[in-house]
Design a protein around this ligand. Structure first.
Ligand code: MLT
Length: 407
């Protein structure tokens, strides 16, 4: 169970002379929400009965909107980091009636013993706030957070601070395709989830035959909410691009800029839809290993080094069948997004294509860039469908140049 959400009402005595919820009172509300979370979980005495006190060492609060007496605020608590003797909780407060983000807070809390020295975080508290643990991805030293959205728990790589970039991987992959960019793009808050059904995220059986692009898009919007991010640069690879288009149809104002990598706007042709049926059958009979085998020659150029081939195969082969089937069906059913492109004139857009891409032809990327007013196109020579890993420096450089223009 994730730490529960807590609703608190704003009272007149929380407000200043102008009737706004006062910034200092907010610290009390964040604290009250944390206590309430404990009361509904392991108990308010979870620290004291384990011989520890919990001391706030750092508090960072951002205020986004005003609140007034009578407003009910919903506080969401998420674990951002779990250390041996300290942990970081991120809290967001949204107004219930209009879902406006009112404030976000990040609190570094240290556990101290009776002599005032750091002491380990009580085990039962850690189990409560991180039921699945803060996990390490297989074969990846990076640390992932588990973040609950819309009934599923996503594995999310969150690094750095600054304006946010949301990295969305394609099929049948996970956040690790962005590793070079996650490492390089300092100065930005990099958020790279595993989509539901892939990587380390939960893979619920799809309701109906497929997940649907709107399901993934909703997960991403909820993830940004959980992290207290109102707007982000969307950087999306292939199927991630199909999701990005759906996200734009629903939450255009939350997208600061768009990067489309090895992706296209068209829907599947009838022949493409038939190929999806065959892929679903293959996933059901041969599992992720068979899908990995069939995808590998399409994702990477023949000249790709053996070590990269193995790494990508390993990423693909780890996916659960329910997630693969949910994704293939969602791609088959996706709408045509080409009518959206001419409406994106006010959105800084970068299109990255691979000259050897056999899934999304360079011609299709060129057409997509041409149909999007003001879009820039970078075509990477020698890269196929996985530019972020096949040509990490060129992909990162294209991103850096684009992002520098946004500052
Ligand atoms: C992907 O890389 O996300 C998929 O191969 C895209 C597709 O099959 O349309």
């Amino acid at each position: 169970m994730p730490p529960p959400e807590v609703d608190l009402t704003v009272y007149p005595d929380d407000c200043d002379a102008f009737g706004h919820l006062n910034q200092a009172s907010f610290l009390r509300l964040f604290e009250r929400a944390r206590w309430e979370m404990l009361a509904r979980g392991p108990g308010m005495d979870v620290f004291s009965r384990n011989g520890a006190g919990a001391v706030v060492r750092k508090a960072t609060v951002e205020y986004h909107a005003s609140a007034y007496p009578g407003d009910v605020l919903r506080f969401h608590q998420a674990l951002a980091r779990l250390g041996r003797t300290s942990f970081t909780l991120r809290q967001t407060a949204r107004r219930l009636r209009d879902d406006a983000l009112v404030a976000t807070g990040e609190f570094v809390i240290v556990c101290v013993g009776p002599e005032g020295r750091p002491t380990p975080v009580p085990e039962e508290f850690a189990r409560f706030v991180a039921p699945s643990g803060v996990v390490a991805a297989p074969n990846d030293p990076g640390r992932l957070e588990r973040i609950a959205v819309d009934g599923v728990s996503l594995a999310v790589d969150v690094r750095g601070s600054g304006p946010a970039i949301l990295f969305v991987h394609g099929y049948p992959l996970d956040h690790r395709i962005w590793k070079p960019q996650l490492e390089a793009l300092t100065g930005w808050r990099r958020i790279a989830p595993d989509l539901r059904g892939m990587g380390g995220s939960d893979a619920p059986a799809p309701a109906g035959a497929a997940y649907g692009m709107e399901v993934y898009a909703r997960d991403l919007a909820a993830l940004l909410d959980r992290l207290g991010v109102e707007r982000a640069v969307l950087c999306a690879h292939s199927m991630g691009g199909y999701i990005a288009f759906e996200f734009l149809r629903r939450w255009r104002s939350r997208v600061r800029a768009l990067v489309l990598v090895n992706t296209r706007a068209e829907a599947d042709s009838p022949e493409g839809k038939r190929a999806r049926e065959a892929a679903i059958a293959l996933a059901r009979t041969g599992g992720a290993a068979a899908i990995a085998e069939s995808m590998l020659p399409k994702l990477l150029a023949p000249s790709a080094p053996a070590a990269l081939r193995e790494r990508v195969r390993e990423i693909m082969a780890g996916n659960p069948v329910a997630g693969l089937v949910g994704a293939i069906g969602a791609m088959r059913d996706r709408p045509d997004s080409t009518p959206l492109l001419p409406t994106l004139g006010d959105l800084p857009t970068l299109v990255i294509a691979g000259s050897e891409d056999g899934i999304v032809s360079p011609a299709s990327s060129r057409a997509m860039a041409a149909a999007t007013p003001g879009a820039r196109l970078v075509e990477i020579p020698g890269a196929a469908h996985l530019a972020s890993l096949e040509a990490p420096e060129a992909t990162t450089e294209a991103l850096q140049t684009f992002l520098a223009g946004l500052r």
